[in-house]
Design a binder for this molecule. Structure first.
Ligand SMILES: [Zn+2]
Length: 287
């Protein structure tokens, strides 16, 4: 399951490869599940647009699309985005930039043929991924752009971060996973950031003192940034069609290391279930 750093890496990789191209034609599969916006209006809306920028918002990959006509606006480079195409990778979704002569892989649900002749393909065997259109309005004011739920973990300020957890009667692990609080933090980075902050995942979010939440804010951003840095070097592995599937593995300190010695103190890492998710922590380092 791709998490925020993987989604950011994919978005940046796709942006580098196809930014500025026009969508010449669109093919969408007959399956209903991948299309949050029905397939036919989506295909019509995408066709002919120019891809101005591809970026990440939470765990979504957002394509800013303009009409691409030179006469369409006084300010063609300045963010006059009329619609946005929103891609959520789900469990197994991948975006591939392919040359047209590479055979289309099974489970391909969308093919955008680009002005260069290359194709952007959305491949998703399990069909938990979602494609949608977001209309940003004629002026595309900032507040009309796609934002998704919750706050952005990489840009939230320390004070806003602390405020998120005030009075929350749930464990800090559950709070980190709650997408209406923070958008894009999944199981791996919740466990890893709690380890780095020295906080036991079972602590009640609303009872953690300010200093500990400050430490968590710093740890979460550091862990996510490090993962993005590591992912950035291997982006071709999952954006280019000839690459291998799968995401890089961060050198995890606790995640999926049940029973192995803590890398700081040597105590075996413990695994419990919290908020329905496997949760890994060191019983000595995390209090
Ligand atoms: Zn330890």
């Amino acid at each position: 399951m791709p998490e925020l750093p993987e989604v950011e890496t994919v978005a940046n990789g796709v942006n580098e490869r196809i930014r500025g191209e026009r969508i010449a034609s669109v093919w969408l599969s007959r399956y209903k599940e991948p299309f949050k916006t029905p397939a036919e209006p989506m295909a019509q809306a995408l066709q002919g647009r120019r891809i101005d920028r591809v970026h990440r918002v939470g765990k979504h990959i957002v394509f800013d699309l303009s009409s691409g006509k030179p006469s369409a606006g006084r300010n063609t480079s300045g963010g006059n985005h009329e619609i946005q195409w929103i891609v959520h990778l789900g469990m197994t979704g991948r975006l591939l930039v392919s040359s047209a002569n590479i055979p289309v892989p099974p489970h391909t649900h969308a093919i955008l043929t680009l002005s260069s002749g290359r194709e952007l393909r959305f491949v998703d065997p399990r069909r938990f991924g979602r494609l949608a259109l977001h209309a940003a309005g004629e002026e595309a004011r900032a507040e009309e752009r796609f934002r998704g739920p919750g706050s952005e973990p990489l840009s939230i300020s320390a004070e806003d971060f602390i405020r998120l957890f005030r009075g929350r009667r749930l464990t800090i692990k559950a709070a980190l996973l709650n997408q209406s609080l923070l958008h894009g933090v999944g199981n791996i980075y919740a466990d890893e950031s709690l380890f780095h902050a020295g906080i036991r995942p079972t602590r009640m979010a609303g009872r953690l003192p300010r200093a500990r939440l400050l430490a968590l804010h710093g740890a979460l951003q550091a862990v996510l940034r490090k993962a993005i840095d590591l992912g950035g070097s291997s982006v071709s592995d999952y954006v280019d069609a000839d690459g291998v599937a799968g995401f890089f593995q961060l050198e995890h300190k606790v995640y999926m290391r049940t029973g192995q010695p803590c890398l700081v103190c040597g105590t075996p890492v413990r695994r419990i279930i919290l908020a329905g998710r496997g949760t890994h922590y060191c019983p000595i380092c995390q209090r």
